[in-house]
Design a protein. Structure first.
Length: 145
């Protein structure tokens, strides 16, 4: 049980959203943005906290940052509509799997918020980027030495 386990489970769930696949969902690999994708998600680790919740187990609260990218094409109203639609589709899918589809140790996963969309440029491509924060609570039994 680890952040990687949680992130892998989150990645699998995001790939279930219509239009997302191995071609446009990665863990920390921004190169996909240069491949002409119509939308993309890059997962990156966020902050975390840990504490002993009982004598024999630890609680870890991981934050996985879901970086959503939508190419900036056309007028502002079109791109604003696109990012709202894509954001909601991801939120709705994660909401269906509060334990990330029974990932080992995961007690509760939910998207807890996000920043405002911002312009992001890579090479000669412009994107609107929005970071969604997914909080993942994991519990693990510990055998103390």
């Amino acid at each position: 049980m680890s952040y990687s386990t949680c992130e892998n489970a989150l990645e699998t769930i995001i790939k279930q959203v219509t239009g997302y696949s191995i071609a446009n969902v990665t863990k920390g690999d921004y190169r996909i943005l240069g491949h002409g994708v119509s939308k993309a998600v890059v997962l990156v680790p966020g902050a975390f906290t840990r504490n002993a919740a009982a004598e024999s187990w630890l609680r870890t609260a991981w934050i996985a940052n879901i970086e959503l990218y939508v190419p900036f094409t056309g007028d502002i109203s079109t791109i604003a509509s696109s990012i709202r639609t894509e954001r909601q589709a991801i939120i709705d899918e994660v909401d269906k799997y509060p334990t990330l589809n029974s990932a080992t140790g995961v007690v509760l996963a939910r998207i807890t918020g996000g920043g405002e969309p911002e312009m992001w440029v890579i090479g000669n491509k412009n994107f609107w980027k929005q970071i969604l924060n997914c909080s993942i609570e994991e519990r693990v039994v510990v055998s103390y030495a």
